[in-house]
Design a binder for this molecule. Sequence first.
Ligand code: FPP
Length: 247
Amino acid sequence: MDYKELILKLDQTALPRHVAVIMDGNGRWARLHRMQRLKGHKKGVEAVRKLVEVSVEVGIKYLTIYAFSTENWRRSKLEVNYLLKLIMDSLVNEIEELDRNGVNIRFIGSRKELSDSYNHRVIDVCRKSWHNDRLYLNVAMNYGGRREILEAVQAICQDAQAGKIDLSMLSDEIMNDYLYTAGMPDPDLIIRTSGELRLSNFLVWQSAYSEYWFTEILWPDFDKAEFIRALLDYQNRERRFGARWKG
Ligand code: FPP
């Protein structure tokens, strides 16, 4: 079945509000096509564009993509620099189109290891889209789930010391307010490509009740039809959030 046929099968009333994607397999895609690893990342950007287009088309409200993890600094200097530049260049090249399509774009992650000029540039470019509300697109950049929790705990301790919050009143809701994803719903569906069955430090707190969908497809080959297949599979699941079976 092709994309147009698949899309007709979607139940518009039961879409996941928040989809998060671990884009894996760029390096293997490049090897398979006898290319340099970096070409796999470049090709991966085209798959990101398709993912965003479908999300806007079907009406997904929140989309989070794992672009660069706190662990990715361990890759070669060449690859790290290439990825940082590719992500920035893609943002700059796409911002007008994203804005036209009602996409509100935000980078989530730690600013610590990134240069001040990189961080300022990101804010400068993203700001152009902040009046939009059709799709909220989070780019997880220098993101680590454990780091996010640690930074939240540090901020909570500072606020407690300053008398701004009472630690005995700490709750899931208050914790949520201190995460990079403050104000957003938890991901309903987490997609990972390339056949790996791991969370890899992605949205560790927020994924407590997420549904997972894994595909063997390598990220650069992830197309619109495959995304709709993931959404259709999600719609066939029964989510109970720890409650008992019905009936
Ligand atoms: C994982 O594949 C992919 C990444 C670490 C980078 C993902 C980044 C992009 C697709 C760039 C586009 C991003 C934006 C925001 C435009 P891998 O290198 O781990 O692949 P392998 O496991 O096959 O080696």
